[in-house]
Design a protein around this ligand. Sequence first.
Ligand code: ARG
Length: 456
Amino acid sequence: MKKLWGGRFEMESEAWVDEFGASISFDQNLAEEDLLGSIAHVKMLGKTGIISEADMNDILGGLGQLMMELKDGKLEFKTELEDIHLNLEKLLHDRIGPVAGKLHTARSRNDQVATDMHLYLKKTVNEVLLGINQFRHVLAEKAEEHVETIMPGYTHLQHAQPISFAHHLLAYYEMLSRDVERFSESLSRIDSSPLGSAALSGTTFPVDRFYSAELLGFSKVYENSLDAVSDRDFILEFLSNASILMMHLSRLAEEMILWTSHEFHFIELSDAFSTGSSIMPQKKNPDMAELIRGKTGRVYGHLFSLLTILKGLPLAYNKDLQEDKEGMFDTAETILKSLSIFSGMIETMTVHKSVMEEATQKDFSNATELADYLAGKGIPFREAHEIVGKLVLDCTKKGCYLQDIPLAEYQAVSQLIEADIYDALSSKQAVLKRNSYGGTGFEQIKQALGRIKASF
Ligand code: ARG
């Protein structure tokens, strides 16, 4: 088939070579954006008198028809036509004849593809923001149910101090709030129109870039035409924000996986989000959480792939840039689906409150309480720490816990210890008393939930 750019060629390329160069198998995802970009461009061509109003209307009619056919799933794309831009141009030609050829006046596929990608990401980032916000809601609602559910808080994956389960969930809420900030802030950089930069240096036609930008809903235009067609920072930023988001989801996924294990037994996932084993009849596996943890790797991969593609590229357009798309599409799909799955998983999980709380009673996570108790009575904290450390060591040798030590033995260590020590050693008290701003105390969590709800 003769190429749309075939004028200076004497020989036709072979199908397998065409296939290697083609992007239509994936850039057909940009069909709608490409048509929208063309509609804005042709309106600009008409308004500025670059083409006649009659030609503009003919082309607009054809583009409108293609948009309808696209929505009805009736457009057929061909690999020989390389990419979405050339496919749509050919389809337009089939609908309205040679006037279709005027659409590409003062435009190149270089500014065209960049425009499509900006439109696509603007739409996608808004969908991602919705997805994260929906998940934040789910986390806040779960947290509200579990303000007084006590669990071990860990450092080094060792029991550290008891905390409220709500506090743990709200920690993820906060991470996701920063993800929302990052994606929202990136919108200001995505929201810029490259259209009218043409191949690299601008155009001799009197284009009105501000007008086409306005029609497309962009709030500004790229200032430099070379930059406009070669910039892929906005995609890198998306992949980087997506990587951070996935890292957050992956940390929670890892915890869910641990918590569903026989050893922890803190939560049980709904059957709807678990799978069985083909050989071991007892198995109930947290596959969805594992997949989210696994898919984090592929999103990081897409970020690294694009960073590597870009690092040595001379200005302006190079075909290497065609490799920017699949990773972006795959990342968008991965994060949107991971967010939905995670929302469903958290919403429907069963929390074994008593198992969580019991885990804070057969351990030394109240050792800080005892040290704080002594420090509260005037013993320097370092000394108190030493005293409690020795008591813990004694207990580990005897096979008991701090709350099992009789009062007489405590008083032999320090006369300052009174009968109220047992209350202070309870995990509930340990949580309740951590009322410092942002701490795990129930009062603090209620206030945090109040702030969160006010922000919705
Ligand atoms: N399919 C190409 C891409 O995705 C469109 C731009 C092609 N431009 C060019 N000068 N060959 O990058």
